[in-house]
Design a protein around this ligand. Structure first.
Ligand code: PEP
Ligand code: MN
Length: 392
């Protein structure tokens, strides 16, 4: 038994080296005489596909449009550090008459690019029938889109259709910011014991014309999801949060700073001509450049201090939201100031100030905030608002 080579890292890699069993993977030895020998009772713990590398990066077009498009993307990603290719085959569109995906033929193209690139491939599924087709074409993973993860019936149907398979499963957050609904979708998959499950944070829809994002990131929600499911990898879908190219780097860097496990970024050989989500797609080369410009926090935290680091990251993100809100508040203050000027209404009104103090301090009390803290904070905010209105 000389020259033994083990399992998945063997350069004699063969499907037979890894045999799934109910507890994990049974490892086989490759022995010099060319035989495979069962390495009983050596068992390796199951491994989640999405934690094999950090950050785990998924890229590819919003929608599979033709075979050539997918081939161009796949070739650009060979040995590039990209871990999986994505492409929507059935596209859920807000309005009828738009590009709705190429359907089954596109699954064949995905299978083909998997063969030529050696990279795993994934697509979106929204029904039992789509799951069956994704399995027929041997896709490596499927994602549940934001318009599907809102619907417990659909999620349950998909989970049941996937039962017994070892395919990777990615669960996007629902379009509305409902942490229980997102967590509930994940629990529906967890109950069947799938090994490769991850969540995708793609931001939340809102009617807020002042936001720069297509879908607001609301970072506190994925952070809460991680608290509830600490073992669950979370991948940030930078493209659907941003909705436009110039925000992609900022969002990707924020996700890395918050310790996300991976990124999903849409890429297309000719983004401006894309049949869906043209404004947010970049070329595969731009995608690789974006990733190489990211700062991956690799500083080692002394053992036991991991929690401190995590809490600080949460604080950074909450403070960023507070500052954004203060900016928005000041914008409204200016608008109000202009109206007061037009109608000759005095800038400072004692009753209004009293009302602000009373309501804010009582909200503070409900959040365990000391009265003096809320008082001082709003005194500063109100004072600055009055000054701004007087100066404008
Ligand atoms: C997509 O990934 O192309 C997509 C449609 O995503 P979402 O469900 O996040 O809108
Ligand atoms: Mn898209």
């Amino acid at each position: 038994m000389q020259d033994q080579v083990f399992g998945p890292n063997s350069n004699k890699t063969d499907q037979n080296l890894l045999k799934p069993s109910s507890e994990g993977f049974l490892f086989y030895f490759y022995v010099a005489n060319g035989d495979f020998q069962f390495a009983s009772p050596y068992l390796c713990a199951r491994m989640n596909l999405f934690t094999k590398k950090r950050p785990f990066i998924i890229s590819g077009p919003c929608g599979a449009e033709d075979e050539q498009q997918l081939e161009t993307v796949a070739k650009a990603f060979i040995n590039s550090g990209i871990d999986m290719i994505r492409a929507g085959v059935w596209k859920p569109r807000s309005r009828p008459g738009q590009f709705e995906g190429r359907g089954e033929p596109a699954l064949g193209w995905l299978k083909h690019v998997k063969q030529i690139s050696g990279l795993p491939v994934c697509t979106e599924v929204a029904s039992k029938e789509q799951v069956e087709l994704a399995l027929k074409y041997e896709l490596d993973a499927v994602w549940i889109g934001a318009r599907t993860s809102v619907n417990p019936f659909a999620v349950q149907e998909i989970a049941e259709a996937l039962k017994g398979t070892s395919i990777g499963i990615l669960i996007k957050n629902p379009i509305n910011p409902d942490i229980d609904l997102w967590s509930g979708s994940i629990e529906r998959f967890k109950q069947f014991g799938f090994e490769s499950v991850a969540a995708i944070h793609r931001g939340f829809s809102s009617y807020d014309p002042s936001t720069e994002y297509r879908n607001k990131p609301m970072w506190a929600l994925p952070i809460e999801l991680k608290r509830r499911h600490p073992e669950l990898p979370i991948i940030c879908d930078v493209s659907h949060i941003s909705g436009r190219r110039d925000l992609l780097s900022k969002v990707a860097q924020r996700a890395m700073d918050l310790n996300f496990d991976g990124l999903m970024i849409e890429s297309h050989p000719n983004p401006d001509a894309a049949l869906s989500d043209a404004k947010q797609q970049i070329t595969p080369e731009q995608c690789l450049q974006l990733i190489s410009n990211l700062n991956f926090r690799s500083g080692q935290v002394p053992p036991g201090l991991q929690e401190i680091e995590e809490i600080r990251l949460v604080l950074d993100s909450l403070d960023a939201e507070i500052v954004d809100l203060l900016g928005k508040r000041m914008e409204m203050v200016r608008k109000l100031g202009a109206i007061k000027k037009e109608y000759n209404i005095p800038v400072y009104q004692l009753e209004r100030w009293q009302e602000i103090l009373n309501s804010r301090t009582s909200w503070g009390e409900k959040n365990q905030l000391r009265e003096s803290f809320v008082f001082n904070l709003f005194e500063l905010i109100h004072d600055t608002s009055i000054k701004t209105q007087l100066e404008d």
